[in-house]
Design a protein around this ligand. Structure first.
Ligand code: ASP
Length: 271
């Protein structure tokens, strides 16, 4: 579906939301969209992605920031990444314990010559966690001129080995942005990292396919090879086509522009 720019889309992870508090999740998604959209209008797409994701990191309802799941040693280790489609600069942190991993990733993108840094925080705070165990969060925003930024933040997979890093801080895997399209992925990192869905969607868009066809093709390819229950993705193009797809029971997600704000967890076209 095409939307008027500027626009932001977000997700709160693909997985089984059946067991969780839907009303609360939908309300947190709406607030994250509002926070992101306000930053999009005031500052730009990078700030929109950072603010929308930081809101979900602070919520405690998702597997990111405050709500991150624990590894097998009972500790939190979070990954996050962000990428600017115009500059093609990315910034990411991995296996970290910062309060807001997405803000640290943004700092790497803006101020570091590197893309991915493990185990560092500007503020050396270990975050208190609720260990709620929701799902990974992500956002993609596009301004009026078609400038795209995408990002993702996660506590990873419950009971993972200490030091395990997933797809979320890897460009082309957990998130990706070019002049054409931006995406944020969620699901089993070990599957996402060897499929590079963000990179594949960009390649298909470059060949002239629609976002809906590209995202559907990539999701089907993963399901056909690895089975279901392992993947979800949201995306927007520079022309305002937005689409999401998942092979799990559900995926918390939302879309917002000037005159449209919609959130969902189960079936339905959002975005
Ligand atoms: N993709 C994340 C990871 O493997 C987890 C998730 O999306 O739920 O770290």
């Amino acid at each position: 579906m095409f939307y008027e720019l500027p626009i932001i889309v977000i997700h709160g992870g693909a997985g089984n939301w059946k067991k969780r508090d839907h009303e609360k999740a939908l309300s947190e998604l709406t607030k994250s969209l509002d926070r992101g959209y306000e930053a999009l209008i005031k500052y730009g797409p990078a700030e929109a992605v950072v603010e929308a994701i930081a809101y979900m990191e602070d919520s405690g309802l998702f597997d990111a920031g405050k709500g991150s799941v624990k590894n097998s040693a009972g500790e939190v280790e979070m990954d996050a990444g962000i990428m600017d489609g115009l500059t093609m600069k990315a910034g990411a942190i991995a296996a970290s314990r910062c309060k807001n991993p997405i803000r640290e990733a943004y700092n790497v993108m803006k101020n570091s010559p590197h893309v991915l840094i493990a185990n560092v925080c500007r503020e050396s705070t270990v975050i208190p966690t609720t260990g709620f165990g929701g799902d990974t969060v992500g956002a993609v925003a596009v301004d009026k001129s078609g400038h795209i930024v995408a990002g993702t933040s996660t506590g990873g997979i419950e009971n993972k080995s200490p030091g395990r890093i997933g797809d979320s801080p890897i460009p082309g895997a957990g998130y990706y942005a070019t002049e054409r399209v931006g995406t944020s992925s969620t699901g089993i990192g070990e599957i996402i990292m060897v499929n590079l869905p963000g990179k594949e969607v960009d390649t298909l868009i470059g060949m002239g396919y629609s976002l809906q066809d590209s995202i559907t093709a990539v999701t089907n390819k993963i399901s056909n090879r690895f089975g279901r229950d392992n993947f979800g993705i949201i995306g927007i193009t520079s022309r305002g086509e937005a689409f999401s797809s998942y092979n799990t029971i559900s995926m918390a997600r939302g879309v917002r522009n000037k005159d449209f704000s919609k959130v969902a967890i189960f079936d339905g076209v959002v975005p």
